[in-house]
Design a protein around this ligand. Structure first.
Ligand code: ADP
Ligand code: GN1
Ligand code: MG
Length: 376
C-alpha cells in the first residue's frame, strides 16, 4: 500500500511541493523527511519528521468534503470541548486529543487551521501522536475491548455537546434511503457488462432495502436521538499505545457531526468482527467472531453506560447490520459509477469490498439473535 501511495503521490506531487506546503505550518525544527503514510481511502496523508517533532500533513479530499473550512471548524469545536472535559476531570489531553497545528500567520490575521495551495488543494497539519499503532484487522479480544472503549470515551466526552453546533460535512452521509437512491441511479446509468458482473450484489442490495425503512422509522419515532458522533469509526481510526495496547486517541474527525450512536458502534462491528480484510476475495474467510463482539460491547459500554438509553442499546446490533449494508451499497454504487469516490488499487476493488460487506451482513443476520441476547 505504502509503495502504491508513493508512486501515486510522489509522481503528481513531488517532494519539493509537499515540503513547500509543510513550510506554511508552524512546525518546530528543520524538516528531515516526508513520507506517504496510512491506509485511508479518502485523504492523502504524509508523515513529516523534523529535527524536533513528527507531524501529519494531510491533503483534505475536497471532492468528498466540499467545504474544508467547515470540516476544520467542526474539528476545532470537538477537540476544544473534549479538552475542557478532560481538564475538568484533571486529565491531560496530551496524546488523547488531536492537536491541530495552525498555519503560520502574521499577527493581525485570525488563526488559520488549513491552507490552500496554488492548485486549489486544501492542507492541514496535526501533531503526530507518538508511540502508537493502528490495526486494519483486530487480531485479539483485548484490541476489540480497547477499540470499543476508545470510541465509547470519545462519544462520552461529547455527550453534552449540541449536534446543532456542528456543520454537516457530508450531507446524507449515513442516510440509507438516500444511498439506495444513489444506487438505483447508478444501476440506471451503468453499462450492460458492469451490471452483469454485479448482478448478485445488486439483487442482495435490493432484497435488503427494508433495512432503510426500519432505520427511517427509528429516526422518526425518537428511538435513535441525534448525538454528536464520529461516523467513521473504522478500527484504524483509533490509535493504540504501542506498549500497553490501550486506546489513546481517536483520529480522522472529518465526519464528526450529528448522527446516532448506532452508526459508530455499527462501524466498529463492521471493521472488527471478522478476521478478513475489507477487500478479502475469499468470502469464506468472512466470519463473525463472537468473542470479539462480546469484548467490543464490554469496552464500548464501559464508557457508553453513562449516556446510552436502553432503546439505543437494543439497536446496537441493528447498527452493525445497517452500517455494513450501507458500506456495501456505497462500494457497489461506486463500482457501477466507474470508481469515482474511493481510492482503488485495481478495477474490481470496489466490487470486492462490496462482496465482503454483503457477506458480513448475511453473517450478522445469522448471529443477530445470539448477539442481541448478549446485550440483554
Ligand atoms: P483517512 O481519512 O485517509 O483515513 P486518517 O486521518 O485516518 O486519514 O489518517 C491516515 C492514517 O495516518 C491513520 O490511519 C494513522 O495511521 C495515521 N495518523 C493520522 N493522524 C495521526 C496522528 N495525529 N498521529 C499519528 N498517526 C496519525
Ligand atoms: C472511508 O477515510 P476512511 O478510509 O477512514 C469512508 C468511510 C467508509 C470507509 C470504508 C469520508 O473512510 O465512510 O466507511 O472508507 N470515508 C468517507 O473503508 O467517505
Ligand atoms: Mg482513517
Amino acid at each position: 500500500m505504502k509503495f502504491y501511495l508513493f508512486i501515486r503521490y510522489f509522481c503528481c506531487m513531488n517532494y519539493p511541493q509537499i515540503l513547500a506546503i509543510s513550510q506554511h505550518f508552524a512546525l518546530q525544527g528543520n524538516i528531515l523527511s516526508i513520507v506517504p503514510f496510512g491506509a485511508g481511502h479518502i485523504n492523502d496523508t504524509f508523515l513529516v519528521t523534523t529535527s524536533l517533532q513528527k507531524y501529519i500533513i494531510q491533503r483534505i479530499n475536497h471532492e468528498v468534503f466540499k467545504k474544508p473550512a467547515e470540516v476544520m471548524a467542526n474539528i476545532a469545536t470537538v477537540c476544544r470541548h473534549q479538552k475542557q472535559h478532560l481538564a475538568a476531570l484533571n486529565q491531560s489531553s496530551d496524546r488523547q486529543i488531536l492537536e491541530v497545528i495552525a498555519a503560520k500567520q502574521s499577527e493581525e490575521t485570525a488563526e488559520k487551521l488549513f491552507i490552500q495551495d496554488d492548485r486549489h488543494n486544501f492542507w492541514r497539519a496535526y501533531l503526530f501522536v507518538p508511540d502508537t499503532v493502528t490495526f486494519d484487522v483486530v487480531s485479539n479480544a483485548d484490541q476489540a475491548f480497547q477499540a470499543g472503549k476508545g470510541f465509547g470515551k470519545f462519544q462520552r466526552l461529547l455527550a453534552d455537546l449540541s449536534p446543532s453546533l456542528l456543520h454537516d460535512t457530508i450531507p446524507n452521509f449515513h442516510n440509507l434511503s438516500w444511498r439506495y437512491e444513489q444506487l438505483e441511479n447508478a444501476i440506471q446509468n451503468s453499462l450492460e457488462d458492469t451490471l452483469k458482473a454485479a448482478k448478485a450484489e445488486i439483487d442482495f442490495a435490493l432484497q435488503h432495502k427494508n433495512i432503510a425503512t426500519e432505520l427511517a422509522n427509528y429516526l422518526q419515532d425518537g428511538s435513535l436521538p441525534q448525538r454528536v458522533t464520529h461516523n467513521d469509526t473504522k478500527i484504524n481510526n483509533v490509535l493504540m499505545d504501542v506498549a500497553t495496547g490501550e486506546a489513546v486517541c481517536v483520529i480522522d474527525l472529518d465526519t464528526v457531526m450529528a448522527g446516532t450512536l448506532i452508526y459508530d458502534f455499527g462501524d466498529l462491528m463492521r471493521t472488527s468482527l471478522s478476521l478478513s480484510a475489507e477487500d478479502e476475495t475469499n468470502l469464506d474467510k468472512v466470519q463473525i467472531r463472537m468473542e470479539i463482539f462480546e469484548k467490543l460491547v464490554e469496552g464500548y459500554l464501559s464508557e457508553a453506560k453513562f449516556f446510552i438509553t436502553e432503546k439505543e442499546k437494543s439497536l446496537l446490533v441493528f447498527g452493525g447490520k445497517m452500517i455494513t449494508l450501507i458500506m456495501g451499497v456505497r462500494f457497489l454504487t461506486d463500482y457501477l459509477s466507474g470508481n469515482i469516490y474511493y481510492k482503488i488499487k485495481h478495477p474490481n476493488h470496489n466490487i470486492d469490498r462490496c462482496r465482503t460487506q454483503f457477506r458480513l451482513v448475511a453473517e450478522i443476520e445469522k448471529a443477530e439473535e445470539k448477539m442481541n441476547k448478549f446485550l440483554l
